[in-house]
Ligand binder design. Structure first.
Ligand SMILES: [Mg+2]
Length: 384
């Protein structure tokens, strides 16, 4: 029992309440204004009582909770507070795996001699977050990631739940199947049709049946239902940027051809970002001229993205502004990478559509290979 999961309570909203005393004890939703089709990024516990939830349109939230105070989000501040929280975690172990700005797994197996038992470490971290940052966190401790995460969510806010190995099955049995990692609405629905509502009931099913019904996911479900989870805590790799470039066989002066190349590079970088669950906050265009002079020009994005269209348009703008062909090499680098589940505060209808299409195409690519779909502009080029 050496895995700790720590989850900040109503993180963005709590930071706002901490810094604006007039918001304390009140229903607060951090996010975009309703008249701009804003979305709730975080809701205080006072607002949650009214049913206000993250990712809900702000207009709906206000209908549910008429006295709701809408606070604009300050992501820069949240990132700073987050890094103070992560610093506290790193004091106790190098094995910290952040899941987002406000939660992380810690493996403290090697920390006992220095800092005490996992329970002592968890309690000290919770205390330090309260004392040093005036914020509340919920702590879950268990033999593996799956159990630790369930434990931290068991009682919120301010929870402290310890599930030792011998209690795992008793803890899991009465929980609804939806609580289990990887069980979405659809799977829960088909389980319910089989009469399975709790994890305990699920555990009683033979593995063979689960595999028949759910394919390779069935094995995972079976493991989780038994409270087993072999996944190690993986400290975040330091990926700071991600890029692609091409060196042309001969120097290229044709702007249209350069744009075409940027489009292809943007597709590749964006696809890699999506695979690694990352978003990029800046786009850099890299140009090498025939005399080997190298220039880079960067533009920050209004919100992090992993969409090829956004990356391409930004790079293309930089090309128009700064590039004097002919060029020998051209490249795109995406920087300011974040792994957080970023919730847009304003919905740009066009981007929402682009995202939907992109996700659908990714599914096709996963199944049939990278070449199965090419954006129209690439096709046009190839077959003209
Ligand atoms: Mg949280």
């Amino acid at each position: 029992m050496h895995i700790i999961h720590i989850d900040m309570d109503a993180f963005f909203a709590s930071v706002e309440q901490r810094d604006n005393p007039e918001l304390r004890g009140k229903p607060v939703a951090v996010g975009g204004k309703p008249e701009h089709r804003g979305v709730v990024a975080a809701a205080s516990y006072e607002a949650r009582k009214f049913g206000v939830r993250s990712a809900m349109p702000m207009a709906t939230a206000i209908k549910l909770c008429p006295g709701l105070i809408v606070a604009p989000a300050n992501h820069k501040k949240y990132r700073e507070v987050s890094s103070s929280v992560m610093d506290i975690f790193h004091y106790y172990t190098p094995l910290v795996e952040p899941l987002s700005l406000d939660e992380a797994f810690l493996d403290v197996a090697g920390s006992e001699r220095l800092f005490g038992s996992p329970v002592e470490i968890g309690a000290e971290i919770q205390r330090r977050i309260k004392n040093e940052l005036q914020l509340s966190a919920s702590v879950g401790i268990g033999p593996n990631k799956f159990i630790a995460k369930l434990a931290s969510g068991y009682k919120k806010p301010g929870g402290f739940t310890v599930i030792p190995q011998e209690k795992v099955l008793d803890f899991l049995s009465p929980l609804p199947v939806e609580k289990m990692w990887g069980i979405g609405d659809k799977t829960a629905e088909s389980l319910k049709r089989m009469g399975i509502k709790t994890i305990g009931q699920l555990r009683a099913l033979p593995l063979k049946l689960l595999e028949e019904k759910f394919g390779k996911h069935g094995k995972l479900m079976c493991d989780f239902a038994r409270g087993e989870d072999p996944r190690p805590v993986e400290p975040q790799r330091e990926v700071k940027s991600m890029g692609k470039e091409v060196t042309f066989a001969g120097d290229v002066a044709n702007l249209e051809e350069l744009r075409q190349t940027l489009r292809e590079l943007a597709e590749k970088v964006a696809r890699r970002l999506r695979r690694e669950n990352l978003k990029s906050g800046s786009v850099t265009l890299k140009i090498k001229y025939p005399d080997l002079r190298l220039i880079t020009r960067t533009e920050n994005l209004p919100e992090p993205t992993n969409l090829a269209g956004v990356i391409y348009r930004t790079a293309s703008r930089l090309l128009d502004k700064h590039c004097k062909p002919p060029v020998r090499l051209i490249g795109i680098t995406c920087g300011k990478l974040t792994g957080e589940r970023y919730i847009a505060l304003f919905r740009d209808e066009k981007l929402v559509n682009e995202e939907k299409i992109t996700l659908a195409l990714d599914k096709l690519r996963d199944r049939y290979g990278e070449d199965v779909v090419k954006v129209a502009s690439l096709l046009k080029k190839r077959y003209k």
